[in-house]
Design a protein around this ligand. Structure first.
Ligand SMILES: [Zn+2]
Length: 135
């Protein structure tokens, strides 16, 4: 669970209001849990609720609504920026005294090796060295 600034809270609520609840897309299942869909695969969906709580679920594979492991929250946000760029505001900024991650040059995305979550286009994914933070 993370603290959600009011601006992002409203963006999540507005996004939820625009999702078609009858779509077969993973976002409609996320909506049924009051969450925006950050990532969806054939066996797992990650979602974020407006209160800052992260969840995983997937009806087709029988995974019930379950809190997402805390170590997966930043990777979930990083992969979620593919759909909602404004989620990057929730990823902790690098402190001035810390160096950029050498695995991703500070982007949070790795191209070849060291990937924990694949991008939707299959070209790289969330850096496993920094888990998507970039530092
Ligand atoms: Zn990295």
């Amino acid at each position: 669970m993370i603290d959600i600034p009011q601006k992002i809270h409203y963006k999540i609520l507005c996004t939820l209001a625009e999702i078609d609840p009858y779509s077969l897309h993973f976002e409609s299942e996320a909506l049924s849990h009051g969450a925006i869909g950050l990532m969806g695969t054939i066996f797992l969906i990650w979602g974020l609720r407006p209160d800052g709580s992260f969840w995983k679920f997937d009806a087709s594979s029988g995974l019930p609504l379950t809190p997402l492991e805390p170590e997966c929250e930043i990777p979930a946000l990083r992969i979620g920026t593919e759909r909602y760029a404004w989620l990057s505001d929730l990823i902790p900024r690098r402190p001035w005294h810390t160096k950029d991650c050498s695995g991703c040059d500070g982007t949070g995305w790795a191209v070849r090796t060291g990937i924990i979550v694949l991008r939707t286009d299959g070209q790289g994914g969330v850096c496993d060295q920094c888990r998507g933070k970039g530092w």
